[in-house]
Design a protein around this ligand. Structure first.
Ligand code: HEM
Length: 480
């Protein structure tokens, strides 16, 4: 009896005591966090004092109006010729690098096999891509890269030139029927033939959505937390797009696996001199003799679709636009294609495309927005390929469309042109991409004259793959 009376009278007192202790602890924690924040900020300011930058807000950093990132990068590149510390928020800073010497130093770090992404982008991409080549690191990355490199061998890629040409012809027939909204047509008719024939517009839509959502989430301070993000409309769209993309990939792998159950098919594959991407994945044996798990297979297929689809579709659209606005170069390319006899179905690999090559490379100079991120120190170092290609110190008059920059004998720094990045984590699909682009441009120029639509000038928008806010609209004149 006496015990319970005692505890009842003490209860309110002990609650307020507990509350007092809790508030004191919270206050101490807050003070500790504030001190930590200030010390880190001071340390970063000191560490980065070599790199001048305009004043920034202590919490909101360098505020960039939405959709104006490209203009700001150009401004910084002009004012601060090698690097620029871009304060994001609080003590978060990324050092944007666009000097070829700095690029060389970072990309050339031997044994660099960390994924070229910020931790945040990494965690975002992981939920869609799983652990494919782009996100793997260390020994597993090395094993996968070594296993997949033969799929991009020069000889393996030859037959895909014909497959790409067939897809382009389908696109050209559809373009003949109406004035096109180029990118969507290019994107949906471009079969990603290195893996399988794909005919699914909702899948392409999902990849496009994911591309946009990654970037917009990375820029929104309120969307950083997973739980909060999942509740937003963007978060729900993200889940939906991931689900769609995964279902599609599972279907593709399932189909090919079912084919392989058939002994005849398996024998055909064994007799192939060069295996394609899915053959390699399905027949792969790791060094310990085990096959790739279903999860690994899906991650690789998703990674290659993500890396390989939108990149080339967007490149083809922009090259068309560049040629439409530079009719003299368009005509030179057409003459070269005619001269080299594309019509006689000569294999692309036996022709050295000079003018065409230079025009495609010139496009890459102007429009590759990729950012490659490393964490060599306690902050993010971002290699801005767009900044490098627009750095007037490296490329005088970078905005001028001038394919002669790539003429033989023109001297430039080994790291001044990096559309496919460099070092050990460079793009595995670059040769495939270049073949695809040249076939698409060559065949299109034989059928059409490309003209710009002056009423709808594209507005470039910074996403992992450069897009136009209002699409890319061109007029086509059928050639006789
Ligand atoms: C115009 C076309 C393309 C461009 C501009 C491009 C650009 C790049 C760049 C800059 C990287 C370095 C990583 C990064 O900074 O994010 C990369 C990596 C990669 N690309 Fe491409 N790419 C293109 C087409 C392709 C194609 C067609 C494929 C596959 C068929 C592909 C597959 C990959 C893969 C798997 C990686 C990761 C490589 C690794 O980490 O080992 N890319 N690409």
């Amino acid at each position: 009896m006496s015990i319970s009376t005692l505890s009842l009278t003490r209860f309110p007192g002990s609650i307020s005591g507990l509350l007092q202790v809790a508030s004191l602890l919270s206050l101490l924690l807050l003070l500790f966090k504030a001190a930590q924040f200030l010390l880190r900020r001071q340390w970063l300011l000191k560490a980065l004092q070599q790199f001048p930058s305009p004043p920034s807000h202590w919490f909101f950093g360098h505020k960039i109006p939405k959709d104006q990132e490209l203009q700001y990068i150009l401004k910084w590149v002009n004012e601060f010729p090698s690097a620029f510390p871009h304060w994001l928020w609080g003590s978060k800073v990324r050092v944007l690098i666009y000097d070829p010497e700095y690029m060389k130093a970072i990309l050339g770090r031997s044994g660099e096999s960390e994924p070229p992404l910020s931790r945040f982008s990494f965690s975002l991409l992981r939920s869609y891509l799983g652990y494919g080549l782009l996100l793997l690191n260390g020994e597993t990355w090395f094993q996968h890269r070594r296993m997949l490199t033969p799929a991009f061998h020069y000889d393996i890629l030859k037959p895909y030139v014909g497959i790409t040409a067939d897809s382009v012809r389908v696109m050209l027939v559809s373009l003949s029927l109406s004035f096109p909204f180029i990118h969507s047509r290019v994107s949906s008719s471009k079969a990603d033939s290195i893996m399988v024939d794909i005919d699914s517009s909702s899948y392409f839509q999902a990849i496009g959505d994911l591309n946009y959502l990654f970037f917009s989430r990375a820029r929104n301070v309120f969307h950083q937390n997973d739980t909060i993000y999942r509740l937003t409309s963007d978060g729900r769209l993200f889940q939906h797009a991931c689900q769609l993309a995964h279902e599609h990939t599972d279907q593709v792998i399932g189909q090919r696996k079912a084919q392989l159950q058939n002994e005849g098919e398996l024998e055909k594959i064994r007799q192939k001199r060069h295996l394609d991407f899915l053959d390699i994945l399905l027949c792969a044996k790791m060094e310990n003799g085990s096959s790739l798990s279903d999860e690994d297979l899906r991650a690789e297929v998703d990674t290659f679709m993500f890396e390989g689809h939108d990149t080339t579709a967007s490149a083809i659209s922009w090259i068309f636009y560049a040629l439409a606005t530079h009719p003299e170069h368009q005509q030179k390319c057409r003459e070269e294609v005619l001269l080299k006899g594309w019509l006689r179905a000569c294999p692309l690999s036996t022709v050295s495309w000079k003018v065409l090559d230079d025009c495609v490379l010139q496009y890459f100079l102007v429009l590759i927005p990729r950012l490659t991120v490393f964490f060599p120190y306690c902050f993010m170092v971002t290699l801005s390929i767009y900044g490098l290609h627009h750095n007037p110190k490296v490329w005088p008059n970078p905005e001028v469309f001038d394919p002669s920059r790539f003429a033989p004998g023109s001297s430039r720094h080994s790291h001044s042109f990096l559309p496919f990045s460099g070092g050990s984590r460079n793009c595995i699909g670059k040769q495939f991409a270049m073949n695809e682009l040249k076939v698409a441009v060559a065949l299109t120029l034989l059928r059409f004259e490309l003209l710009p639509d002056p009423t709808r000038v594209p507005v470039p928008m910074l996403l992992p793959v450069m897009k136009s806010k209002n699409g890319i609209h061109l007029r086509l004149r059928k050639l006789q």
